[in-house]
Structures are given as C-alpha cells and as structure tokens.
Design a protein around this ligand. Structure first.
Ligand SMILES: CSC[C@@H](O)[C@@H](O)C(=O)COP(=O)(O)O
Length: 359
C-alpha cells in the first residue's frame, strides 16, 4: 500500500455521529499490509491500545477519548446517574490499557472534567458534547504537531544526518507526528536530510513504521539496527538525534521507547545534540522527576518470539521494559507546540508550558 505524500493516511477516523465507531490503521500489520480495524465496543478499543494496533502517546490519548464515547453509547437511554457511573467505569477501564504514556490519562481526565460540568444535560446531550470534545482533542493534536514542526525545523541544518528511535510520526499522533514533524518541516524548508531510523527492538516500530512513513513522504531514510547507532555516530554520519516522548516530568526527564536512554548517552559521548519533541499533553507536572514514571513491562514473548519466530530457548528468563527514562541533563532541548525548552530545567519547563495557547 502506498499513498501520495500530500495525503498520508489518517491514523484513526471517527465514523458517524454519537452512534458511530472508530476506524484505525492496524499498525501491527505495517509495513506489509495496510489493514484498518473497526472498533465498535470499548473492549475493542482497549484491545487495540494494549496490542499496539494504535500506539504512540498522542494517538493513544485520542483513541481513548473516542473509546469513552463508544463505551457510553449503551447508556444513552439510561438515567443520568447510571450514565455517570458508566462513564467512570469506562474511563477507568481504558486507563488500565497501558501505564506509561500520560496522554492517555490526560485525555480521559479531560473528558471526565467536562462531563462533571454537564449535569444539567440528558445523557444523549452529554454524549454529543463528549464526542465534540474527543474531536477537539484530535484536532488540537494535529495543530500541536504542526506547531512542533515549526518550532523545531531550525534545529536541523541542511545536510544533517539525523537519528530517530521508535516511531514518533504521523502514526503515533493525529497529525504529522512529533519528532518526525520536525524532520518533515525541515525537509519542507528545502533542506536535504539523511534520516537514520533505529529498528527499535523488540517490536520494531522504527523498522516497520518510521521507515514506512519516511518513504511515503519522500524523505531519504536508512534503517539501522539499534546496536549500530554508536558506530554510525563515530563515523560522523549523525549530527543530531530527535525522538518523541511518552511522559515528561516537571524537571524535563523524559520517558520514551526502550533504547532511547542508550541513544542519548551515545549522543552525549559523541558531542551530538539530543532533542525530544512532544506536545504539552505529554508533560506530567505532578511528577517532580522521571524516577516516578511508571514503566510498562510487556510480555516475554515479544523478546523470545518476535513476529512469530522463536529466537531464544524455552524457559529463558526475560526482562522486557517497554520504556526508559532519559535524564534532563542529556537533553539539549525539548520542542513543544509552545516553543523550545532550552536549557531543560524545571524552571524552563514551567515557563514554556505557561506560555499558553499553541503558537
Ligand atoms: C509521538 S509518539 C512518542 C512516543 O509515544 C513514541 O516514541 C513511543 O515510545 C511509542 O511507544 P509504543 O510502545 O509504540 O506506543
């Protein structure tokens, strides 16, 4: 499946009105097959998030917002009290799908806070407002991606070899992505970039998704195994690194896909700037540092039986954290929709996020 580079496929689409459903690209099938899933129950949305059919912090938040609407469809003719109870049940359930990306909780909290102001409305009217809010969350995410691209594009000079890890592109958001939005925006300025994509063990989001997106958009890309990043830096192929994030603490410590911390250390050792790109919805200012960010542990089979083929002996012990935390001191700047956070300190995080609406 290919698309022209002016109309990349949408990660997800809400189809219909309040009785509608969520259609999303099944990212587990890319790049070999382009298949879309139709989620018509909240359990299907939960499962799609859990099994990474929809993944990437901002996209998980958008999917959970629409999942809340789906979960409330069956209560639309119930009493307001029953509708309220169902809303709490549905949002708690969706919140249990994955623990690290704070955008999930951010989106669910936003819907819950809104619903608490709607007590005068009937359940049907409330559902209408919640669907509007989910659509707004999606639209705002698209705008935040564009603003991140605008703020970050000047960080990448013409001729830069830029390394990215995991997938922080359109597939991970409702728009052009976060790290990849910066790359797309720099390319749109006419710069020639050579993007290196880490394959991103164990689930290969870099190999399967990032390279696919870059190809779709006509940006030159080279795939490397995770273990090659240090050598590629040593050889002078890479002059900047940019990744996304799943949760950023108040001091700028940033959780992202496992392997990001190693890349940041390698960048430091080679004197290469390491950038993070993320919207304000990825910040968790309730956490003072990254030490308290919950790290998802995933099934051992992802490591021992990647994509169906057994690659380790039966019975071997496996440690499979899905994320790691890069300390703020390794991050040269964080690109947000409100501008650059540089240096990455608690004071600068607070000042930039307080700067207000999207630029
Ligand atoms: C713009 S997406 C940023 C992050 O969510 C991304 O880099 C990442 O780590 C995704 O992990 P995943 O496990 O694929 O959901």
């Amino acid at each position: 499946m290919t698309t022209d580079n002016t109309t990349p496929p949408r990660t997800m689409t809400w189809v219909g009105g309040t009785d509608g459903y969520l259609r999303l690209i099944d990212q587990t099938k890319l790049p070999v097959e382009f298949v879309e899933l139709e989620c018509r129950t909240v359990e299907e949305v939960w499962q799609a998030i859990k099994q990474l059919s929809v993944r990437g912090a901002p996209a998980i938040g958008v999917a959970a917002a629409y999942g809340t609407v789906i979960g409330l469809q069956s209560a639309v003719n119930a009493t307001p009290e029953e509708f309220d109870a169902r809303r709490r049940e549905v949002t708690e359930y969706l919140a249990s799908s994955r623990p690290t990306a704070v955008n999930l909780f951010w989106a669910l909290n936003r819907l819950n806070r809104l619903a608490e102001t709607l007590a005068d409305l009937t359940p049907a009217q409330q559902l209408e407002r919640l669907l509007e809010e989910a659509r707004e969350i999606e639209e705002e995410d698209r705008e935040m991606c564009a603003a991140i691209g605008r703020h970050g594009a000047d960080l990448l000079a013409d001729g830069t070899g830029v390394l990215t890890h995991c997938n922080a592109g359109g597939l991970a958001t409702a728009g052009d992505g976060t790290a990849l939005s910066v790359i797309f925006a720099a390319a749109a300025q006419g710069k020639t970039l050579q993007v290196y994509a880490d394959e991103t063990r164990p689930l290969l989001q870099g190999a399967r998704l990032t390279t696919w997106e870059l190809q779709q958009r006509g940006v030159p890309a080279t795939l490397i195994c995770d273990s090659m990043a240090g050598w590629a830096m040593k050889e002078g192929r890479i002059s900047a690194v940019i990744t996304g994030a799943d949760r950023i603490a108040a001091n700028g410590d940033a959780a992202n896909k496992i392997g990001t911390y190693s890349v940041a250390l390698l960048a430091k050792a080679h004197g290469i700037p390491f950038y993070v790109a993320a919207p304000s919805s990825t910040f968790d200012l309730e956490l003072a540092t990254g030490a308290d960010i919950p790290i998802e542990q995933r099934a051992p089979e992802e490591v021992t039986h990647g994509f169906g083929k057994q690659t380790a002996p039966d019975g071997i012990g496996v440690y499979n954290p899905a994320f790691d935390v890069t300390p703020a001191e390794l991050i040269e700047a964080i690109v947000t929709e409100r501008g650059l956070i540089r240096p990455v300190t608690a004071e600068q995080v607070a000042a930039t996020l307080a700067a207000g609406a999207s630029a």
